[in-house]
Design a protein around this ligand. Structure first.
Ligand SMILES: CC(C)(COP(=O)(O)OP(=O)(O)OC[C@H]1O[C@@H](n2cnc3c(N)ncnc32)[C@H](O)[C@@H]1OP(=O)(O)O)[C@@H](O)C(=O)NCCC(=O)NCCS
Length: 140
């Protein structure tokens, strides 16, 4: 399963984004997923052109000055354990290399994975209210 990496959303449609948000209580629809990607400062996608689908993605939002946040990283189950996430993270951290602060939240099981990129463990505070619609205009 050959995979191509891209930072562009050109030609990416919602139907290429099926299958993500595994295990989420309220998974965003593929249409909302596309809006998430379009609203991000940076994205890196892993694309399987033969299947016509996105098989992995990472996004980042920034203040264009000091701080960057990586909200999401996911690889479709059938494509895992092939170092796709490793490549996505490496490429995104390269994009963010000038930012003094780069934050993300993750399960403790994945802290060792991120440490391989030189990231440090920290604590975090979060809100997760998936019944909220998003800001006006974001849609469902
Ligand atoms: C976590 C996830 C992105 C890894 O994707 P992947 O393409 O299979 O990862 P890679 O093949 O690049 O593996 C990178 C390293 O992470 C480790 N790893 C992968 N998945 C892991 C997991 N669930 N728990 C702990 N370690 C994991 C691998 O062992 C590998 O290290 P190694 O090669 O030294 O053994 C994928 O399992 C996923 O999408 N999970 C659901 C969403 C999620 O948890 N996202 C993370 C949000 S912070």
């Amino acid at each position: 399963m050959a995979v191509r990496y891209t930072e562009s959303l050109d030609g990416v449609t919602a139907d290429m984004l099926a299958g993500f948000f595994e295990g989420w209580l309220v998974p965003p629809s593929p249409q909302r997923h596309l809006r998430i990607l379009r609203g991000s400062t940076y994205v890196v996608l892993a694309v399987d052109d033969a299947q016509g689908r996105v098989v992995g993605f990472i996004n980042a939002i920034t203040d264009a000055c000091n701080s960057a946040f990586i909200p999401l990283l996911e690889v479709l189950p059938a494509y895992r354990r092939q170092s796709i996430a490793r490549e996505l993270v490496a490429r995104m951290l390269q994009k963010l290399a000038d930012y003094p602060c780069i934050d993300l939240t993750c399960d403790t099981a994945l802290q060792g994975f991120y440490e391989k990129f030189g990231m440090r463990r920290a604590t975090a505070m979060i809100v997760r209210e998936y019944s909220r619609p998003g800001p006006r205009g974001a849609g469902s």
